[in-house]
Design a protein around this ligand. Sequence first.
Ligand code: PMP
Length: 518
Amino acid sequence: MTTEQLQNLDRQYVWHPFTHMSLWLADDPIVITHGEGVYVFDSDGRRYIDGTGSLWCNVHGHRVPAIDHAIRAQLDKIAHSTLLGLAGEPSILLAEKLIRIAPPGLAKVFYSDSGATATEVAFKIAVQYWWNLGHPEKTEFVAIEEAYHGDTVGGMSVGMTSAFHKPYRPLMFKVHYAGHASSPPPLAGGGRGKGPEGPVQSAQPVSSETSSELNSEPKRGTPPADPSPHPLPQGEGEKSLAAHRLESQLAAIEQILIRHHRTVAAISIEPLVMGAAGMIVHPPGFTRGVRELADKYDVLLIADEVATGFGRTGRMFACEHDSVTPDLLCIGKGLTGGYLPVAATLATQKIFDAFLGHPWEGRTFFHGHTFTGNALGCAAALASIDLMEQTHLVQQVATYAKILAEYLEPLKALSCVSEIRQAGYMVGIDLVADRATRRPFDPKQRIGAEICRRVRRHGVLLRPLGDTIVINPPLVTQPPQLAEIVAALKIELSQLAAEAGTHAGVDQRGDTVIAGDF
Ligand code: PMP
């Protein structure tokens, strides 16, 4: 089929995720037909570096012989059979492997099929854990503002984003939100958009404590009157700045827990990096601090490592940076090397044991999906993890991430770049109309999307989160390709800086949802 025919059929039949379809229909989409290593190819044979790692999930690149072989070998046995009432060979072997590589203390694997189902499972397990222990009142959650946990109702509730989720608010359950320790400190009206790998919304000024509850108007989008309860003493260095942010953020969480811990089931975090919020990196010690607060106030800790898991931050799991074991660990994306939709929620023995008992006691976890523990996906995951271990990929990411940081350094001099955040192979580059004042671009101009569109001519595919450009490539991406991505960005961002004045800034980004569908 020709590219034009494929594009026409796409426009006629496909409803794309997180996409303003009116814009999409007026455009000619790139149609990907194949991939090789870190490259994807379109229907006209053009080659692009997969700079988003196919939505942050690709580990070893595309068409990896070891994974392809494992899937084919599994296909010769069976593609899928159910885990409801039956066990399956690949899901058994994978569960054993996952428990071996996961933070110590996690003991059981509950399979599902996407990041959102992994978190949804965690939220349900947390609530039922307390119910089974005779605490039916513990049904609420504590979460971090701007967190993203997927698009199911639970995921939306705990990771609630007002601009996306307004229509669904009546469906959502009760969550208390604490502000995150974004860096640098908030500027009125400035800042980054947020969206799950592409949709974009207005700036989200930081509050160090915001407790929003069901059906109350979220405080997001409104600069806090007092951004920090712990003003930073003048002249303190970067280290103490991080310490200050940590203290401030943990204090905000603790305030919520002091008031609500009796009715809170769990606190949910994205350890180290809040991905969809714009690659916001938590201060060192954050995950450990939250673990301690969860223990102190007797609530569970859910670590959503859907984005950070499987080496992306330079450790197998981001929790390892703080030597933390959560009560529930959510994984997806890179689990199968980015090949197939398998996700999982790992639980400690303590959690699991609370679900044991006679059937009539009602402790069973009544949750499952048709493709839970899919055999092809589990075979791919086993092969991917083996390959990660054989190639010492996680250590390589940690090493090459430092080289990537060096490549990115010159971008900081550009007048349209206000901040670059990085943890491993997760990078967020904030674009602003004026760096001195961090005045944002008018969201209607969709500058982030425009830059991603422009870098395509250099053979690079990227996707923005509002006016934050994200680099999140396959974990096997080597320094020369990392350099290519950054070089393409440098050309286009320098051009953007030179166009200053053409792209007006605005005082407030407001609450506008705009398309980031590139
Ligand atoms: N949690 C986090 C931290 C994520 O980044 C994502 C997706 N980016 C999800 C959950 C949802 O995963 P999925 O898109 O596979 O449902």
